[in-house]
Design a protein around this ligand. Structure first.
Ligand code: F6P
Length: 558
């Protein structure tokens, strides 16, 4: 065990793993996969969810060494400190208690000596009540019409988590049935085109706007909120705000100042990090408006089941712990800086590289992209992972060339046994879901085994093409097979990835729960905003910027 302030890379466990890399570099997944005992020991199941990490570049010895590293990092103590509400987010002096957001009513989880679970349930009950009123039409808009459409304004953690769950739930038949006749849209970006897209086809008379912001100060969200307030009041008059706008925030004073009745505000707490907030009113309110509270409650229960598993399962059978340790192995020892996720299920927007649009990506990259230890010491190793992906087989037709024959990028394959929307076409060999899952099963082996020149020769491939058709293989991946993509399973998946990120951070000895890195850009944008204002209103020439920015600003202002 190390002293709490020592860097993890100074421990014997870390050094052992460094030394072990040489052993692993002598192996090939082709050979490792032929050992059925090894493979069996690298599969585990929890509530029907099957994790197979046998295609990681790891042996039983690697796993032992990683578990030693967990011990050296005091992982178990750190997990307990999180669940006990200690201020493990030390730079913001806050507890990290997103697990309390989905705890059962009778659980006791304390922050600063106070059980927070009753407060959590007060808000959940308020959401249940409010969403039922909206959905049943007993709460109507200013002109007496039911509110069937919702625009949720928010950005970052106040957007991506809810979008992920919304995207996934759209295929759950029960959820889809509950959502009939209703629309949920998300407005995050400040691009005016996004505002136009969001309100396109909607009638303010039948629209409810939910402003979601932990701080209620985020520039983009507040401007979008003012824009939509204007959209509503222009059409329906100022008093309509009371019926058409509600808020989710930790800052209820600012909600009121904005003009939203505090009775129409749904609170959460500073011990919920923005990117960990989907299980608070941030996600639960818009999702309950769309699908009904009972569907969302299943999602919360799924997340809670993983919380229990994470808190109480020995590390060698603990899914988030093993995933976190393997990520550390891949990043810090094997030197792979990125990870690809492919979802052979409908998590469509979840891993999109187009917008790095996912609860996962934000969780992973905002949490663990750090340069110093939790005690402020510069780290002599890199942390965090570049996380990207595509749903289904889309990746096959975009970046898979890179991962098969170019860069080595560990992959997560996520699939479901059952499709929520099965399609069987007469005359086809397999169903659409079988087709999708054929790739889920094939790709990990293609990456692991590759294809040798000898195999190509046997296939009579012409000599000049052999180098081009050779696949080195030995490319790691892991597979997560879920029974289906129900609300419950979506909750499980979310919590697995949340806790995996925490495990990585705990082992690296960093603070995964602050995000100072996003502040500098925001501060500079404020300076630019002021400049644009004074240039437009007083004709002031841009000043205080370097040559490049001044030139760009001038061009823009012209
Ligand atoms: O810019 C990053 C961030 O601070 C996230 O951590 C947060 O989820 C997001 O901005 C939005 O913040 P808020 O919910 O306060 O509007």
């Amino acid at each position: 065990m190390t002293s709490p302030t020592a860097l993890i890379c100074e421990t014997q466990a870390w050094k052992d793993l460094k030394g072990h890399v040489e052993d692993i570099n002598k192996t090939h997944l082709r050979d490792l996969m032929s050992d059925a005992h090894r493979c069996e020991s690298m599969m585990l199941e929890f509530e029907g969810l099957l994790l197979d990490y046998s295609r990681q570049r790891a042996t039983v010895e690697t796993m032992d060494k990683l578990l030693n590293l967990a011990k050296a990092a005091q992982l178990s103590e750190k997990i307990s400190r999180m669940f006990n509400g200690e201020h493990i987010n030390s730079t913001e002096n806050r507890s990290v208690l997103h697990v309390a957001l989905r705890a059962p009513k009778d659980a006791v989880i304390k922050a600063d000596g106070k059980n927070v679970v009753p407060e959590v349930w007060n808000v959940l009950d308020k959401i249940k009540d409010f969403s039922e009123k909206i959905r049943s039409g007993s709460w109507v808009g200013a002109t007496g019409k039911p509110l069937k459409d919702v625009i949720a304004i928010g950005i970052g953690g106040s957007f991506l988590g809810p979008l992920f769950v919304h995207t996934a739930l759209q295929t759950d038949p029960e959820a889809a049935e509950c959502a009939k006749g209703r629309q949920l849209r998300f407005l995050a970006n400040i691009d005016p085109v996004d505002v136009a897209r969001n309100i396109s086809g909607l009638n303010p008379e039948t629209t409810l706007v939910v402003v979601v912001s932990k701080t209620f100060t985020t520039a983009e969200t507040m401007l979008n909120a003012r824009t939509l307030r204007n959209w509503i009041t222009t059409a329906l008059g100022a008093p309509a705000v009371a019926k058409h706008m509600v808020a989710v925030s930790t800052n209820l004073a600012l909600v009121e100042k904005f003009g939203i009745d505090p009775n129409n505000a749904f609170a959460f707490w500073d011990w919920v990090g923005g990117r960990y907030s989907v299980c608070s009113a941030v996600g639960v309110l818009p999702l309950s408006l769309q699908y009904g509270f009972s569907v969302v409650e299943k999602f919360l229960k799924g997340a809670s089941s993983i919380d229990k598993h994470f808190q109480s399962t020995p590390f060698e059978k603990n899914i988030p712990v093993l995933l976190g340790l393997l990520s550390v192995w891949n990043v810090s020892f094997l030197g792979y800086p990125a990870r690809v996720r492919t979802d052979s299920c409908h998590l469509a927007l979840l891993p999109s590289p187009r917008e790095i649009c996912s609860a996962y990506s934000t969780g992973i990259m905002e949490s663990n992209g750090k340069g110093v230890s939790i005690d402020g010491l510069p780290l002599p190793f890199e942390t965090g992972e570049i996380d990207f992906g595509e749903p289904g087989t889309n990746g096959q037709h975009s970046f898979y060339q890179l991962i098969h024959q170019g860069r080595v990028i560990p992959c997560d394959f996520i699939g479901t046994v059952k499709s929520q929307q099965p399609v069987y076409l007469e005359g086809e060999v397999v169903s659409n879901h079988d087709e999708l899952m054929s790739n889920f099963f094939a790709q990990p082996d293609a990456l692991a085994y590759g294809k040798t020149p000898e195999q190509l020769q046997k296939e009579n491939v012409s000599e000049n093409l052999i180098p081009h058709k050779t696949f080195s293989g030995n490319r790691p991946s892991l597979s997560l097979l879920l029974p289906e993509l129900s609300a419950y399973n979506v909750g499980q998946l979310l919590a697995i990835y949340e806790h995996r990120v925490a495990v990585q951070g705990f082992v690296w000895g960093i603070n995964s729960f602050d995000q100072w890195g996003v502040e500098l850009g925001k501060v500079l944008a404020t300076q630019v905003r002021k400049q644009l204002h004074s240039s437009r209103n007083q004709g002031a020439a841009p000043e205080g910027f370097n040559y490049s920015t001044t030139t760009l600003l001038k061009r823009y202002l012209e």
